[in-house]
Design a protein around this ligand. Structure first.
Ligand SMILES: NC(=O)c1ccc[n+]([C@@H]2O[C@H](COP(=O)([O-])OP(=O)(O)OC[C@H]3O[C@@H](n4cnc5c(N)ncnc54)[C@H](O)[C@@H]3O)[C@@H](O)[C@H]2O)c1
Ligand SMILES: O=C(O)C(=O)C[C@@H](O)[C@H](O)[C@H](O)COP(=O)(O)O
Ligand SMILES: [Zn+2]
Length: 362
């Protein structure tokens, strides 16, 4: 069995991301930061597969402690105020005190909702992220953004609440549906697109291995992605500057998810479409060559991801959602554009006519 890798996230609230097979059975690692009771939040897709292993490992490690759990329905629709209310009620019923830890066992939906519940309960208790999707391992479990969706927009309610630890058990990726694996690869491609063109070369060379679920290729992609995310969130934890680069493709992608009522494209798919649209916007503005858009599009297509918006979406409605994007300012829309592969930047004051033109092309 390969040795776990670790990535350190520095800053005021440092923690370690540990990546490797079998971590969900490692009671010592799971309980490493545990001070009081444990409360595992999962979803009804993940819980039947992995919940018992986590609760057993924690109970074995800390025999005197309570290990309770609560499960939400799988899917983006659960990242709602209503489900958040249910999570808080479950935490209250379990009588969690300030020294308790919430364990978020699942994909980004569980991570965002459980993380926000941990941030809100008694004004903040510890949270340990146990990501089980590729997307959660490379992105959502790291950096402390927690959130809920509203009908008016994605992630509009939330808090920055860094985890105490992130444990990514790569063995669980074997049960991940292929659509979810592909969605995770979209966020992996994002790191290459924004800051690391050499990583894009590597992804092009290892695309088949990644799609086949090759353990070594996946571990390398996860570790490199986490190292990029760690470096960015360490220097800008609250998104006052550079952290916004992680939003490449998200202004377009979030608008699609919102307009589809969180029941159409899944997040990684919407980000794939959004990154191509962001590249096309950059091209329209004369910032980057068409060859870079084509390269990005080809790689995403190779990963089986959509690269055009679903038909029938209303441009006015999409623009309306973009005006409520968290990067928007009184001066107008701000987009993450690129000057070419690996060179993204924040661009304020983007004219809506340019965005409309991109949307009109699909
Ligand atoms: N906080 C952040 O920084 C951040 C970053 C990126 C994305 N996100 C959020 O993450 C969410 C998307 O997360 P996601 O893509 O992980 O989707 P998800 O959480 O909806 O999980 C996808 C599906 O896979 C199932 N599943 C999870 N792990 C499995 C496994 N190992 N085996 C079998 N089935 C498994 C789940 O039950 C679910 O049905 C979005 O809400 C997005 O906004 C947040
Ligand atoms: O961590 C970040 O910062 C990101 O932007 C990562 C994104 O992949 C993620 O989808 C995030 O939830 C988007 O945040 P938001 O602030 O645009 O809601
Ligand atoms: Zn994202």
């Amino acid at each position: 069995m390969s040795q776990p890798r670790s990535v350190a996230v520095g800053g005021d609230h440092p923690y370690t991301i540990t990546i490797g097979p079998g971590l969900l059975d490692d009671g010592a690692l799971l309980a490493g930061t545990l001070r009081g009771d444990a409360f595992v939040i999962s979803d009804d897709g993940v819980a039947p597969l992995y919940l018992q292993r986590v609760t057993d490992a924690l109970s074995r490690e800390r025999p005197g402690r309570r290990v309770a759990h609560w499960t939400l329905p799988a899917g983006e629709a659960s990242k709602s105020l209503a489900t958040f209310g249910e999570a808080i009620a479950a935490i209250a019923d379990a009588g969690l005190r300030r020294d308790a830890t919430v364990y978020a066992l699942g994909g980004g939906v569980v991570g965002d909702l459980a993380g926000f519940a941990a941030a809100a309960w008694m004004r903040g208790i510890d949270c340990v992220q146990l990501p089980t999707t590729l997307l959660a391992m490379v992105d959502s479990s790291v950096g402390g953004k927690t959130a809920l969706d509203l009908p008016q927009g994605k992630n509009l309610v939330g808090a920055f609440h860094p985890p105490r630890a992130v444990l990514a058990d790569t063995a669980v990726l074997r049960s991940l549906p292929v659509r979810e694996l592909r969605a995770g690869l979209a966020e992996v491609v994002k790191y290459g697109a924004i800051v690391d063109a050499a990583f894009l070369d590597w992804l092009e060379a290892h695309a088949d291995a990644l799609l086949a679920g090759d353990d070594a290729a996946l571990a390398e992609a996860i570790a490199r992605s986490c190292a990029h995310k760690a470096a960015i969130v360490e220097r800008d934890p609250f998104e006052h500057g550079d952290r916004a680069l992680l939003n490449f493709g998200h202004t377009f992608g979030h608008a699609i998810e919102t307009e589809q009522g969180y029941g159409g494209l899944i997040h990684g798919e919407a980000v794939a479409v959004g990154m191509v649209q962001a590249a096309r916007l950059s091209e329209r503005l004369g910032l980057a060559p068409a060859s870079d858009t084509a390269r990005l599009r080809t790689l995403l297509e190779r990963f089986g991801l959509p690269v055009c918006a679903p038909p029938g979406l209303d441009s006015d409605a999409l623009l309306g959602h973009m005006r409520l994007d968290k990067k928007a300012q009184s001066g107008g829309l701000r987009f993450i554009v690129w000057d070419g592969a690996g060179r993204a930047r924040v661009l304020p004051g983007v004219a809506e006519s340019e965005v409309r033109a991109v949307l009109a092309e699909g």
